[in-house]
Write a protein of this length. Structure first.
Length: 192
């Protein structure tokens, strides 16, 4: 048993060294140095109940997944609309008035708060649900990315429902965790 542990440790060191080399050569960050404990607030965080901290840790992985998904969807829409209509696509595309109004109010609210502005482009101020509306209204420009408008609508509606607990600090039920993974898979299948 001791021999197997030594071999395991040596294999691990060799793998780490190989990954170090790959990261350096390809100028990649594989996130192996990530330490979630490093940036935790040591003064206030420990004062929260243990169970709340456990739930937060469990939900963090779902937040990270949805963050990546939502940001990539915004980027996909922005790149496609820019290619189709130019840099000023926001003003040339068919954006519903209530979305334009909401975006304008969000931008103004940020300016009035004296906080740093989160972004330069209006699409960054839309809600996740509004992203789906923008795609539906501009299907002629972005529809060729997806293999079915009906499937797009179903997947976006499901994702929007799953987003609620993630964005509003509620734990996801076990079956919703499975549903989230399946629906993210559905999202990528839309673009095959």
């Amino acid at each position: 048993m001791e021999e197997k542990l030594k071999l395991f440790a040596i294999s691990n060191q060799m793998a780490e060294r190989s990954l170090d080399y790959i990261e350096k050569e390809l100028r990649l960050d594989l996130g192996r140095d990530f330490d979630p404990e490093k940036d935790k607030d040591e003064e206030y965080y420990p004062q929260f109940e243990h169970m709340i901290r456990v739930q937060a840790r469990e939900m963090a992985v779902h937040y990270e997944l949805f963050y990546c998904l939502e940001v990539s969807i915004r980027k996909l829409i922005q790149e496609k609309m820019t290619a189709e209509l130019g840099d000023d696509w926001w003003h040339r595309a068919e954006i519903p008035e209530h979305i334009k109004k909401n975006v304008k109010e969000n931008i103004q609210r940020e300016i009035d708060s004296a906080f740093s502005q989160r972004a330069d482009h209006e699409i960054e101020y839309t809600t996740f649900g509004e992203l789906g509306e923008i795609v539906r209204k501009n299907w002629d420009h972005v529809g060729d990315i997806f293999n079915s408008q009906k499937a797009f609508n179903r997947v976006m509606n499901s994702l929007n429902l799953l987003r609620g607990p993630i964005a509003h600090c509620s734990p996801l039920a076990a079956d919703e965790v499975v549903r989230l993974k399946l629906t993210v898979g559905d999202w990528f299948r839309l673009m095959e």
